[in-house]
Design a protein around this ligand. Sequence first.
Ligand SMILES: [Zn+2]
Ligand SMILES: [Zn+2]
Length: 534
Amino acid sequence: EFLIALSNFQHANGIAITGVLDRDTMLIMTQLRCGVPDLTINPNATTTTPEPSTLSENEKKLAKMQNPNQNDTDIVQTSVLLQRIILNSRRERRQRTKRSTLFQMYSTRSGWGLAFPGRTITWRLVGELLWPSSNNQFMTSNEVWFTVKLAFRMWSEILPRNFLEDTVSPVSEVDILLGFGTNRHNRCPVPFTTQGQFIQEYAHAWPLPQAEIHFNDRQPYTRSSSNYPISLLKVAIHEIGHTLGLPHSDDRMSIMNPYYKPIQGSKDTDELRTSDRNSIQNIYGSCELPFDVAFDWVRRERAEDGVYRWKYNSYFFRRQWYWLYENRHHRPRYGDPKLTAHHWLGIMQINDQHRKIDGIVHVRELNSPEGPTFFFKGDIFLEYDNDRSRAKIRDSAGNRYPRRIKDGFPGVPYPIDTVFYKADERIIYFFKNNLVYKFHWPSKRVVDVKTVSTTFPGWGGAAPLPSNIDSAYYSYTSQAYFFFKGAYFWKMAGNQERYLNRRIRIPNNSVGPRRRTSSTWRDICDVGETELVM
Ligand SMILES: [Zn+2]
Ligand SMILES: [Zn+2]
């Protein structure tokens, strides 16, 4: 398939069909680019009207793309252009009654633009042409649809926005329209750029208020980035970035670089990198939703050499979703969240979109990963088998799961807010409203009930831990206990704080000032209601 795709690419570009990656082919690939001009206009930078003759082709095209009703010779001053775009968007608002009714102006260091204000952004694939065309024999229409859906999903994984395919509303009410065309296409005022037979432009996008993406149908697209010539996924992610408000980036590693970069090496991916995440979050903000459970899952894993080793990962749960958090990369695993019920076998008994998990605790021996892991929901609990990665049917005494909390943890109220375990004290801390129940694990009884604020006072002038917290866990990476409520977290003072503040007395179990969760755990973002399975 690769050879056919490559030959097709060579044929489409009018060069010798060799079926190998020769110099001509590489040259064309390195010049293949997005049709959106690279210029970013700073409304404060230009105060005089530039002479049309001094504008480069690039600048003329940009002006045209930002105001399609304008003639080439009638280039307006940038501040006027800005006003026209706003006026244009107001006109659009009247014409497109329900379509994201308002467009938000944003201004960042890299420029200004329009952004979608609503939490949900709708999209649709539209076509004047038959799809797939003869050029695009490598993808079925279903694969095209899936690839576009995946590209939107990848943006939603890092943004406080959801993307929803809308196939029923009138076209004028859909936020982002995507289509395929050749040369002059889709009533678009800008044809795709070619140089003779050579296709220079793989696609282009119109920013808001139009928010349209046009793929060049002469380009033989393929499904994944590991295949030459052109990955539709990579192009779709890039063009969606434009409709969301991103300009081009000079950074060769950025998805917003205008030139197509074939995937290089096994470590290379299509995923959005830190720089892309930062620039889009400058416009839309970062994900700040609370979560139900934070949990470091520790277990033994048999390595290839046959030796058992400890393994731990941080997990965050919200409603029916979970994220595996890659602490060393400061972001969730690529492709997360996943459905909890699909990947934590047996947990669907207590968890779906209407039933959040209340708490998870690993009651492990000191200096050992051994010990049971419990999931709590309402008045019941389950035990998870860490070695077999599934919920247990019965406990060691033969009691059938799920069991009642009042039977397994007598004296503990339910439903709980959250729970965590301190291995050195052998105490399970159960939280309920303003109270903490200390449950002594070896004797299986509640040994103390106190308020949250007296159990977890503040140190160094910080307020004590508040009531009704969402979640608590011990992080093996940070070697510290953390508490979460809403968009904030608190860190319990540990060896690090005691060492750095040797002159003051830091009370036991005391917490520092609250901080924004998103400042430490990035991009734990909702993605809508569906899971994508290829
Ligand atoms: Zn572009
Ligand atoms: Zn177009």
